[in-house]
Design a protein around this ligand. Structure first.
Ligand code: TRP
Length: 436
């Protein structure tokens, strides 16, 4: 495979961080947190990110870098048995499912950028803000147009190739978004009535945790770190051998967590201050943010910049999803990058139209990808490490930079026992609960 490498060593890591930080942090995390009771869910999410998701991310990077190939080709090379290849293949399918609804949400952010630019969000009261979202999200024209525009944009970026496309965007704009979130956070925390929202986030009430919410926390941890379907394996192929993989995983997980946490810190105090139901689902961010912006100095400007940056954060994430499909098509069938991007985008647009029209399909794709496909994918990717690679190979890859990975034994213990058992147990428990 002709690799289109990154121009600098940090390029691949920055792109992986760009993949991780996206709508999953700012749109999905607050809404699932709100639906699952707040602080207790947050604690579980943190534990899962450290103990389960980070080892999976590290394994994905290692598998990718070891072979220099995208996930399906990597599995093919490392494991002669065909069954592993199907795991890689299911990741390609998962990329389709995620892109279908993700592009619709990203389309909403474009629509909200347009609304802020034209001043249509200014001075609306809470009831108007809520009904605006209700009307927009149930209007097929708005949803389809937004989705089309966004999918077209990301196809354009991916067609230009990894190096030029991805690297340039992720490095400057992501930190800007983070700073802006902190600014909005400060305003949110000083609203009248913000304390209730704050305590929702920091005072755990464990009675609100159900086994199902544990499962949702796990799915969210995978979704947020872009793992369980090979996106990070594909990016791992571009990481330099000199790069310390473990410390890269640490930085990415920290960045990803803090963006999600500050997003929650901006949403919940405001939601409670404005009397919004925190458990209302996927619309939460869109019905909360315009209200805070309206209470800020330069609110309209903040609103424009925020939604544009959010759309760009979504773009650096969809690029990684498209990359999985495109690199699959080019390594398996020799289809040229531009053509592969065109085919992949056309297909995701078709399924995206269904998500744009039907909220049932939208919700099903959202839940099914994060709560079923990613945990299953992660389960097999993690099994691959002890069953196919073995301890020495993975250790050698993680220490390829010549430094010792001091936590290796803990990592390997998590990989062999904790991660597969935890995913398997939660999975069986929840599937059984749904069936019976
Ligand atoms: N992690 C991204 C976000 O939080 C979404 C994403 C990009 C993703 N690539 C992925 C999720 C691969 C799962 C798998 O918005």
């Amino acid at each position: 495979m002709a690799k289109e490498g990154f121009s600098s060593k940090v390029g691949a890591i920055a792109a992986a961080a760009g993949s991780a930080v996206g709508l999953g942090n700012i749109w999905r995390f607050p809404y699932v947190l709100g639906e699952n009771g707040g602080a207790a869910f947050l604690l579980v999410y943190i534990a899962f990110t450290i103990l389960i998701a980070s080892p999976v991310l590290l394994s994905e990077f290692a598998i990718g870098r070891m072979t220099g190939k995208p996930v399906t080709a990597a599995f093919k090379q490392l494991a002669p048995k065909k069954k592993w290849y199907y795991i890689g293949l299911s990741g390609v399918l998962c990329a389709f499912v995620i892109l279908s609804f993700y592009n619709v949400v990203a389309g909403w952010t474009l629509y909200y950028s347009y609304l802020s630019l034209t001043g249509q969000l200014a001075e609306l009261n809470q009831a108007e803000i809520s009904s605006l979202f209700e009307n927009a999200s149930s209007n097929p024209i708005i949803c389809i147009l937004g989705m089309l525009l966004f999918a077209g944009l990301s196809a354009f970026v991916v067609m230009r190739g990894v190096e030029k496309g991805i690297e340039r965007y992720s490095k400057i704009l992501m930190p800007m978004l983070f700073v802006l979130i902190i600014v909005v956070c400060i305003r949110a925390l000083t609203l009248d009535g913000a304390e209730v929202g704050l305590s929702f986030l920091i005072k755990p009430d464990f009675s609100k945790l159900t086994p199902e919410s544990l499962f949702v926390a796990l799915g969210q941890a995978f979704f947020s770190l872009s793992i369980g379907m090979g996106a990070m394996t594909t990016y791992g192929a571009y990481i330099s051998k000199k790069q310390n993989l473990a410390s890269s995983v640490f930085s990415i997980a920290m960045i990803d967590f803090f963006v999600a946490f500050t997003a929650a810190l901006m949403i919940f105090p405001s939601a409670f201050a404005f009397g919004i139901n925190p458990g209302q689902g996927p619309g939460l961010v869109f019905v909360t943010l315009p209200g805070i912006f309206n209470q800020m100095a330069f609110g309209q400007l903040v609103s424009i910049v925020f939604f544009v940056l959010l759309a760009i954060a979504a773009l650096t994430s969809t690029m990684s999803l498209l990359e999985v499909i495109v690199s699959f098509m080019s390594s398996e069938f020799g289809i040229k990058r531009k053509m592969a991007t065109f085919i992949a985008s056309t297909l995701t647009i078709c399924s995206g139209i269904i998500c744009a029209i039907s909220s049932t399909v939208f919700n099903f794709f959202d839940d099914f990808s994060a709560n079923v496909m990613l945990p299953l994918g992660a389960f097999f990717i993690i099994l691959f490490v002890p069953l196919v690679l073995g301890k020495q190979k993975i250790k050698a890859e993680l220490e390829a930079h010549g430094q010792e990975f001091s936590l290796f034994n803990i990592f390997y213990f998590l990989v062999r026992f904790i991660v597969p058992i935890a995913i398997g147990a939660l999975f069986i428990y929840c599937i059984a609960g749904w069936l019976f």
